[in-house]
Design a protein. Sequence first.
Length: 473
Amino acid sequence: MKKIISIILTLTLLLSFAPAVFAEETETVGGKITLTQFLGSTLDNTKGISLSYAGTTITANASDFYAIADKIILTSQLDIQQTSMDGLHITARKNDDTFEYAYITPSGEVDKHSLSMSRLPYAMYIADDAELVSELFTLVSVNIPSISDWAVDTIARANAEGFIPEDFGVANYTQNITREQFCDLAFTMLHKKIGMEHSENIGAFLLKDGIEAMDYVENIEDYSLKNAVSKSVVTLYDFNIIKGKREVRKPVEPDGYPFPFIDFAPNDFITREEAATTLDRIHSLLFIKANPKQRPVPQYKDDDEISDYAKKAVYRMRSEGIMNGVSADAALNDVPQHTEFAPKASYTIEQSIATILRISEPTSKYETASIVLRQYFDAYANADYETMKQYSTTRHVEQSFHDGDVWGYKWAKLTSIEPVNRDTDNDECIFLVSVEVETVPASSQYPDTKGSFYVILKLENGAWKIDEYATGL
């Protein structure tokens, strides 16, 4: 009877992993494949590798990882038994932004298991070479940072996405995050998502920390050095995503600077309401909202303690499911009468990483479509018609693209976007855009330098594409 149960369990587990992609070998009981084949991702189609072991999560060098994984030979097992939880979780982010997972114990037992799975791992395969398995484990840093159990998979995903700065240097993810560290995290995500670069606008030098007077600076490097804040802080300040914490000197005119100096307090721990406000501004930068009205959410028990400047952001982030309240009992976090926001409390590094990861993911069709629209107009601003075609339907290309112009414009720089939310036509999104343009002489709009029109996007093979322009609806 025990043997029958074991065979049933074996077949169930093998069938549950049917979508995994292997090389030419077929996964059969007693068969042999490499760890790379079991993972279903190779060096050529992998964007990033994260390894999690004993609380440590690192971004591994893909070449180093596959140099070992390609040589580890696995033998599939007939009598599958539950194995230990002290193994190495492998997360591979592929070039198409899908993920593959594998799990291997120090004794070489292997399963298709991720940290987010509720079931326990099983020994589906056994690695033949203990020395190679040990070599795989040495890729994980010996400096084990402290991470809460709930955050291990989150931090692994953030690492795989490239959202954690390479020089972050954190040993304890459960500790409170400083205002500057929060900015470094936010900038790194924005750089990856939308290509944000460090600001060269030295108008941001109004920020000040610990300096009574300073000379006019010529570049961003001088500014950061003089003010002891990172370039990420300066950049997010310049984009109006973060603010200074307190004004330390009033404007002096006409002989002095006609503006106040602002103390950013980079080493202060960021408060939860400050984090919510910053996250709200990041969300507005990343995504276009189809309807500016947020859905109703319960009031926090400590609503009267939330600063007036932060209230809208706090509740908007709750409405979007990005940042929630707290409770002495985590199980009651979403029960209104038990939930507080704790606006003046500090925010931890792992909580910050979780919300930065959450905010990077679009949650509505208008948010997803707005990303495509921005990418399209980024190319349009540079008259890069070939890239624009990648975001266009065939109909749009045939109707609007000509030799040297699109819809009569040589180039068009996006200045504003306003979503037009219609309850019907679920397969389309409509935006009213304003642009700065260079019209071509043959265009009926020549010599206009500005314009406004509607852009209609439609789903094509599961992806949003620009389908047409319209002057009216």
